[in-house]
Ligand binder design. Structure first.
Ligand code: GDP
Ligand code: K
Ligand code: MG
Length: 298
């Protein structure tokens, strides 16, 4: 007998930096969501698709739930909360720790009002002793009625196949929403913009990256094919930041550009000619019009 085809939506939630984007990339086997050591790397909801013979899983990576400090922050929290009410299963990622802070308690409170089953994923178990993992499971157990508790390492791919097996158990019977080659609903331009933002996040010091947005001004494949011409602008909040993003003799901008070009060439499977510009838009994170222009649609 043929097994029933399953499909559905899985929301990834958790505090900034617990590894939501890393886990999603790992599960779908491709790098779509950008990751970095800095909190609040992910701003929009990113949807990716995993397909195998059992069915199709659509993952929604959300910006972490956090205290909003500006309109961009409020937007990010709203996106995360909206996701909770729309999914079939929730994956809540946490750090391997016995300390349960106010942030976790707040997430638990919000999740207690949601109908979907919640699977607690204790991520980064590669950083702790194997014997300790049970203690973390015990510490979290009382916090909420979990469907499952699964320790994984998104970075090393430990136990992530098991997590997929478990997800299929909780997904309903359903249609194939996307064709089997689809890995994301993100437009190419947006992925390229995110790649550039990721390199900026990784190359620059802490203070500046949170105030950065990236806009693709132009993206065209040359006639005859084989080369993609891309022009993009890095938007920052201050003149002084602009100087740092460009760097001495343009060194920093060159570094960001060549790293981003490398990733873009890999994804697009063609040569990329990338031109980067930098401009200043004061307070853009608190300006509705700029937020909209940079892709953060309220
Ligand atoms: P997000 O903010 O929840 O989306 O977190 P990211 O996916 O951007 O990851 C934040 C940081 O944690 C990055 O530096 C990742 O490389 C790191 N990270 C994610 N998963 C793991 C893991 O399983 N083990 C270890 N050691 N680091 C991880
Ligand atoms: K991050
Ligand atoms: Mg993320």
């Amino acid at each position: 007998m043929k097994q029933e085809y399953k499909s559905g939506f899985v929301g990834l939630i958790g505090r900034p930096n617990v590894g939501k984007s890393t886990l999603m990339n790992r599960l779908i086997g491709q790098k779509i969501a950008i990751t970095s050591k800095k909190p609040q790397t992910t701003r929009n909801r990113i949807q990716t698709v995993y397909t195998d013979e059992r069915g199709q899983i659509i993952f929604l990576d959300t910006p972490g739930i956090h205290q909003a400090k500006n309109k961009l922050g409020e937007y990010m929290v709203k996106v995360a909360n909206r996701t909770l009410s729309e999914v079939d299963v929730i994956l809540w990622l946490v750090e391997p720790s016995t300390f349960i802070g106010a942030g976790e308690k707040e997430i638990a409170r919000q999740l207690s009002m949601v109908k979907a089953p919640v699977i607690l994923v204790i991520n980064k178990v590669d950083t702790v002793q194997k014997e300790q993992v049970l203690r973390f499971v015990d510490a979290y157990r009382g916090l909420l009625q979990f469907a499952e508790i699964v320790p994984v390492s998104a970075l090393k791919g430990l136990n992530t196949d098991t997590l997929l097996d478990i997800l299929y158990r909780y997904l309903p019977q359903g249609p194939q929403y996307y064709d089997e080659d689809t890995v994301t609903d993100q437009p190419m331009r947006q992925i390229v913009a995110e790649m550039i933002r990721e390199k900026a996040l990784r190359c620059l010091d802490d203070e500046i990256p949170h105030g950065i947005a990236v806009v693709i001004d132009r993206m065209n494949e040359r006639k005859g094919g084989g080369i993609m011409d891309i022009e993009a602008t890095i938007v920052c909040e201050r003149e002084s930041h602009k100087g740092i993003v460009i760097g001495k003799g343009g060194q920093m901008l060159k570094k960001i550009g060549s790293a981003a070009r490398h990733d873009a060439e890999e994804m697009l499977e063609m040569q990329v000619n990338l031109k980067l510009w930098v401009k200043v838009r004061k307070e853009w994170r608190d300006n509705d019009l700029y937020l909209k222009n940079y892709g953060y649609n309220p």
